[in-house]
Design a protein around this ligand. Structure first.
Ligand code: ADP
Ligand code: ADP
Length: 238
């Protein structure tokens, strides 16, 4: 579904590659956890999937077709199909759960009407459905700033799902959440993954979580892939 050929990223002003000549591909239906120490390149890697991270070298193919790095229109289309969840949620605290989830639609139909808060009945129905899917139906009108960390991340997941994505990317989505709640979030991600067959790619610090939920583990070290395989075969030698 998505193939990366020989990709490298070097940040301006640095002398080593944050990602170094990685060739790897991912199929629909995989649940991939990306492991690695802080600085290994995990966050840079997942940002390559939606074009937010420009490559220094290499190519990305989507369903067999090369994606041109400079074709912003093409990347916008890809971003619409790529839901993202973040460590710090990236929600708008003073807005309600429903309003935050609706912002997920800006990506694919951002008109003046959207910006001032007008959405079609169908769009609102879809938003309410995904809010129910993440277990927050009773909290639709609560301000996000009044929610717990776990609840905020559920809102983050709902905002990604309202895009009806083909790929779900998580950049350390449970790093700011207590272990018990992190487990609930992973259960939810697994349910969503099974139901929608999304390609799910998640950075995680916790090896144990990765081993229990992933169908595949990719471990990075200093910008290179040092393990790519079945979670059962992963041993932490670092
Ligand atoms: P984390 O441990 O969650 O990966 P980091 O402290 O590595 O967080 O990075 C936080 C932010 O700072 C990221 O947006 C990252 O791109 C940026 N960043 C990380 N390292 C550097 C650096 N050497 N120079 C400039 N920005 C950096
Ligand atoms: P991880 O997510 O595994 O912590 P990152 O992808 O954030 O790793 O960082 C990989 C490497 O790139 C690190 O050495 C980090 O310091 C560096 N880096 C990240 N963001 C930036 C940036 N904006 N500018 C310069 N260096 C960066």
């Amino acid at each position: 579904m998505i193939e990366m050929k020989d990709i490298s990223v070097r940040y301006p002003g640095t002398h080593t590659d944050a990602l170094s000549e990685i060739s790897i591909s991912f199929q629909q239906g995989e649940f991939v956890c990306i492991l690695g120490k802080s600085g290994a390149g995990k966050s840079t890697f997942v940002r390559c999937f939606n074009g937010l991270q420009k490559l220094t070298h290499g190519e990305i193919y989507l369903k067999g077709n090369p994606v041109s790095p400079s074709n912003d229109e093409e990347w916008r289309t890809i971003r619409r199909k790529t839901g993202m969840i973040f460590q710090h949620f990236n929600l708008i605290p003073r807005l309600s759960v429903l309003q935050n989830v609706l912002t997920g639609m800006f990506g694919y139909r951002s008109s003046f009407k959207n910006l001032i808060g007008w959405f079609t009945t169908q769009e609102k129905e879809l938003a309410k459905r995904v809010i129910a899917d993440v277990g927050l139906a009773a909290m639709e009108h609560r301000r996000v700033e009044n929610l717990s960390g776990g609840q905020k991340q559920r809102v983050g997941i709902a905002r990604a799902l309202v895009q009806q994505p083909e790929i779900l990317i998580g950049d350390e989505p449970v790093a700011s959440i207590d272990p018990g709640t992190a487990e609930h979030i992973f259960n939810m991600l697994q349910d969503i993954h099974r139901r929608l067959r999304l390609l799910t790619i998640i950075n995680v610090h916790d090896i144990d979580l990765a081993k229990r939920y992933a169908t595949r583990i990719v471990a990075l070290k200093e910008g290179k892939v040092i393990f790519d395989g079945h979670p059962g075969d992963f041993t932490n030698e670092e």
